[in-house]
Write a protein that binds this ligand. Structure first.
Ligand code: ADP
Ligand code: SF4
Length: 689
């Protein structure tokens, strides 16, 4: 007798116009830093999602014409016939694993930069381009609008030739021409394309109808639409214009892919949107208005929530970008009842940051993403061991846990030693901070996996010296002893310690995470110096404010946590701090502590100002913990086959870097050095024709 899966409803096929999806798991369009620049890597990455069970796998946005040129970012490109073969690599890879392939056609209007094409920028009305660059977009003439419709139509035809099953019309994220026509802030026209909602939606309707006419008997036409702009001061809301548009166009597309705008709201981090399904309140009206299938997102990772969304009639498809990056095998794991094995997205947006840098996507939870082609990595498979039998991993933080887990998967007898009472290292520490609790998933996933394996022994409370390492008698040693925040103020701004007469207590983020700070009553005013500029300074400031401290932030940059611009969080971080009464002093660095005052120097003028405070918190740079490794290296004949320093002890960085480092070490162990080196050089070379 076959036992039914409680999540069977998630595996029902669903018709989308002329095509049928095999189940309800839908990878919505997402950027990946691969795009038209790295087509083989792109095809392999999307193909892996299809292998993992997704029914629909989409591209990122695909520029339809040189007037929508997003260079230097690596998005898709479907300007002419010559782009078809690269895109076909992706559709073939996706089809080979039984999924449908979707393409998100886009014209970015004034959001495009056209740095490469140098084409004129197009917009509904005259407007400055979005990027800070001295160029303005011009209001499109009727002839421009006709041309645009023709470009979109031709791109849809080429997409069909490339083998796509679903073709998108895209009006979202405030990044597309179709969206700009809809929004009164962008559209000041007085003709039939401006003014009333009906008029502002005219172009959208035409694009949908054109696309259907061009490909509709063979491909489905999806409409990606942001129903709400989530703006404090006006803008489109789902209750009014968002809903009116869905009603107006209800039955034209074959599928509604609905979300919120802008991208920062759509891809909100767990720091700012704690709960999965955070978009549901905005989109749940859609299915009541249209008979067409609906897909929506919201960092959805739990099968029970997915099931409720389907059973409650909120969506037909569970949409995912980030959850499908963190775990491309979510559908297969649910189907096989292996729910505990899902690697849940932590909502950190490190993936998003790679798009902004124009480099291949990376992910804190899934170190294999974008390495499917270059290194041949599979998220669920790893080569079995070679000649060696055992390995010792020292340090149970992000790098050590990942390394130990993968070595155990390869079949080695693994010993994992951790100095502290619990495994987790910086994951445990950082996830204790306000807003970062979801980051603990990095630990949970690995610990769960390790605990089930018979060939891995974990020892807590085990601070190892070099001699003790050798006493284990294990010839292969991976040292993942981490790093800690510096207490001397050395960082980007200064390479020498700050001077202090010890009139103020000085702390680091490690003290905060280990609860070593005096109570706010004893140390009411903390001056925080952020010279790290990644995320920790902003996180610390908010954490202390909520703990009752008065906080002043001194940053050597012109904004707080500038790296967070890449994770789409910076404006939210700064707003929240200002709303909490935090004073922000930009473009300054701490030089000294004297007579209860902190001396700050202006980056530009060198002028000194003095601020009194009751404590100083330094977020500057990390000190590597390499003493153990150095001691082992210094031994005359330690009798080790393999000794490797990994993670933050080797190169302090993001949590994603530590996980990747642990993964890389485990994969490369016992592999021929030449092959390992070659993988680094594997890249897509431009053909010279
Ligand atoms: P990474 O991000 O590189 O994994 P973490 O700081 O998260 O670094 O983890 C390093 C871990 O190593 C910490 O949990 C720390 O307690 C542990 N550790 C450091 N030195 C030793 C040692 N000599 N023996 C055992 N564990 C150690
Ligand atoms: Fe999720 Fe972070 Fe991975 Fe992006 S990088 S998919 S947000 S875990």
């Amino acid at each position: 007798m076959s036992v039914s899966n409680p999540y069977d409803a998630l595996f029902e096929p669903v018709k989308i116009g002329p095509v049928t999806a095999r189940n309800r798991f839908y990878q919505v369009p997402h950027c990946c830093g691969l795009g038209h620049v790295r087509p083989q890597a792109h095809a392999a990455m999307r193909g892996m999602k299809a292998e993992g069970g997704w029914a629909v796998v989409s591209t990122e946005e695909a520029e339809i014409h040189p007037t929508s040129d997003l260079s230097p970012y690596a998005e898709q490109r479907i300007w002419d016939e010559r782009d078809i073969p690269a895109l076909k690599l992706m559709t073939d890879a996706v089809h080979a694993k039984g999924a449908l392939a979707a393409i998100e056609l886009v014209h970015n209007g004034s959001h495009a930069m056209n740095y490469l094409s140098r084409a004129p920028l197009l917009a509904p009305s005259d407007i400055t381009m979005e990027a800070v660059y001295p160029k303005q977009a011009r209001a499109m003439s009727k002839a421009d609008i006709q041309s645009f419709r023709q470009w979109h139509r031709s791109a849809a035809r080429r997409a069909m030739q490339a083998g796509f099953d679903i073709i998108y019309v895209y009006a979202g994220h405030r990044m597309t021409l179709a969206h700009h026509f809809l929004l009164p802030q962008y559209n000041k026209r007085h003709d039939e394309y401006g003014g009333s909602l009906e008029n502002r939606a005219r172009l959208l309707r035409q694009l949908l109808e054109d696309t259907k006419e061009e490909v509709g008997s063979q491909c489905a036409v999806a409409f990606r639409f942001a129903v709400d702009e989530m703006l404090d001061d006006g803008g489109m809301t789902w209750q009014k214009e968002g809903q009116a548009i869905v009603k107006m166009l209800a039955e034209i597309p074959d599928l509604w892919d609905v979300n919120v705008s802008n991208w920062a709201n759509d891809s909100a981090t767990s720091r700012f949107e704690k709960h999965e399904g955070y978009q549901t309140p905005y989109i749940e009206f859609v299915k009541k208005v249209t008979n067409k299938p609906v897909v929506a997102v919201g960092r959805i990772t739990s099968p029970d929530y997915m099931l409720s969304m389907v059973k409650d009639g909120i969506v037909d498809f569970i949409g995912a970008a980030r959850p499908s990056i963190a775990d491309p095998f979510i559908p297969n794991k649910i189907r096989a009842g292996r729910i505990d094995e899902i690697r849940e997205c932590i909502g950190c947006n490190v993936c998003v940051s790679s798009d902004g840098l124009g480099v291949p996507i990376r992910c804190t939870q899934n170190p294999t993403i974008a390495e499917e082609w270059r290194r041949g990595w599979h998220p669920e498979k790893i080569a079995i061991k070679g000649q060696q039998e055992s390995a010792l991993v020292i340090g149970g933080g992000a790098a050590g846990l990942e390394c130990a887990m993968q070595l155990a998967r390869r079949g080695y007898e693994v010993t994992l030693a951790e100095a502290r009472p619990e495994m987790g290292g910086r994951i445990l520490d950082e996830s204790s901070l306000l807003g970062l609790s979801a980051w603990k998933r990095v630990l949970d996933y690995r610990l769960f996996d390790i605990q089930r394996r018979a060939n891995i022994n974990m020892y807590n409370h085990s601070h190892l010296s070099a001699e003790q390492v050798l006493e284990f008698g294990v010839p292969n040693v991976f040292v993942a002893t981490g790093a800690s925040w510096r207490l001397d103020g050395v960082g980007r701004s200064r390479r020498d310690p700050i001077t202090s007469d010890q009139s103020l207590p000085i702390y680091t983020p490690d003290d905060v995470m280990q609860s070593n700070l005096p109570d706010a009553l004893l140390m009411p005013h903390v001056l925080l110096f952020d010279d790290d500029l990644i995320y920790m300074g902003g996180v610390m400031a908010q954490h202390l404010v909520e703990g009752g401290y008065k906080v002043s932030v001194v940053t050597s940059a012109s904004v707080v946590s500038p790296f967070a611009e890449l994770t789409l969080e910076q404006p939210m971080i700064q707003k929240r701090l200002l709303d909490s009464g935090v004073t922000i002093i930009a473009n300054h660095a701490v030089t000294a502590v004297q007579a209860g005052e902190v001396h700050l120097v202006c980056n530009y003028t060198g002028r000194i100002q003095k601020i009194s405070a009751s404590g100083l918190l330094l977020v500057t740079e990390k000190q590597r913990h390499s003493t153990l490794y150095d001691a082992l290296m210094a031994m005359d004949d330690p009798g080790l086959q393999h000794l490797e320093l990994i993670g933050d002890a080797a190169n302090p960085g993001l949590l994603a870097d530590a996980v990747y480092s642990g993964h890389l070490a485990a994969r490369n162990f016992e592999e021929p050095a030449g092959e390992v080196e070659q993988q680094q050089f594997r890249r897509e070379i431009i053909a010279l024709d």
